[in-house]
Write a protein that binds this ligand. Structure first.
Ligand code: C5P
Length: 313
């Protein structure tokens, strides 16, 4: 999947390389049964929104990671961190020494259902591909990304894209250019993605899960129509019932958005972040005010999508 962005990967830089990477939401998240490898077969429509993390890569003698922002003191900065794993995977593939000083500025919450850790890994691949002059380009980086996590390939491309397999196989959605207004409501604490998938399996086994989503055709057609009211009707997330089962308060957050006139209210990915579709930014500000006033959220932010994936600058 080429997006014409590879030009910015061509030259070896003299200074630090800074890469900004967005969060993702899922406009459609259809979850199939668990596979023998433990993953679930997905049929999803990813959408990159204007909430960003940033990775800065500088030359170094070893591989180090520092950070600021959300998750300081909580997020391990050792070999278990997806940033370090991405750096080592790129170095191994390109056969270069894994040497860099990496700094992460984090605004996307941890375990929030917005793929923040995956975003950081995608940003690291783009930054080091430039710093190290390996120039693999996005499609080759996406192959490495797929070995690291299901959402990481999408975050290299951004925009709106179809995800299949366990989510790692991405192809762009050729929607007419549009700017959708979202309100993002952050919750206190995170939700473990494996636990949310496990909860969905349990609810389904007990016959307590809503009917699984059908195909994403309606969503794809809604994207082409550019009418937020039409898009609102087509949004869906099979993980939502499981996230609410583990965190019942999310139902209240969604209800506040509905009452405030959001066109649609849904859990983002595996949660606990909730997203709300607004007619435009002014309408979004009204919905955001109601969510803030409810006292149910750790923070509320306006965002728009689609935006680019990980890119320098
Ligand atoms: O791929 P990633 O490491 O981001 O996935 C985290 C966890 O989420 C997996 O270990 C698995 O439990 C769950 N998952 C899943 N099916 C998917 C994607 C993720 O069950 N398609």
């Amino acid at each position: 999947m080429g997006d014409g962005d590879d030009d910015d990967l061509a030259a070896v830089p003299s200074g630090p390389v800074r890469v900004r990477v967005p969060a993702k939401i899922n406009l459609h998240l259809g979850v199939g049964p668990a596979r023998p490898d433990g993953y679930h077969e997905l049929h999803t429509v990813y959408h990159a929104i204007s909430l960003y993390d940033e990775i800065t890569a500088r030359p170094g003698d070893t591989l180090t990671l520092t950070m600021q922002g959300l998750g300081v003191g909580e997020l391990a900065l050792d070999d278990s961190n997806l940033v370090i794993r991405a750096a080592n995977a790129l170095a191994a593939t390109a056969k270069v020494p894994a040497q860099a000083r990496l700094h992460l500025r984090k605004q996307i919450p941890l375990a929030g259902g917005l793929a923040g850790g995956s975003a950081d890994a995608a940003a690291t691949l783009v930054a080091l591909d430039t710093l190290w002059g390996t120039n693999l380009g996005r499609d080759e980086l996406a192959r490495i990304a797929a070995t690291l996590g299901s959402d990481i390939p999408f975050l290299l491309y951004g925009g709106t894209a179809l995800g299949t397999g366990r989510g790692e196989a991405v192809s762009p959605v050729l929607a007419r250019a549009n700017r959708w207004s979202w309100v993002v409501a952050f919750a206190d604490g995170g939700l473990s993605t494996p636990k949310v998938y496990g909860e969905l399996d349990r609810l389904r086994a007990e016959g307590r899960a809503p009917a699984p989503l059908g195909s994403s055709d309606e969503l794809l057609s809604a994207l082409r129509q550019r009418d937020p009211a039409v898009l609102a009707e087509a949004l869906g997330n099979d993980l939502q019932a499981a996230a609410i089962s583990l965190r019942p308060q999310l139902a209240e957050t969604l209800a506040v958005g509905d009452k405030a006139g959001a066109l649609a209210s849904l859990v983002s990915g595996s949660g606990p972040t909730c997203v709300f579709l607004a007619r435009d930014d002014a309408h979004g500000a009204d919905v955001a005010a109601a969510l803030t006033e409810s006292g149910l959220c750790r923070g509320v932010q306006l965002a728009h999508g689609p935006v680019h994936g990980a890119r320098i600058g």
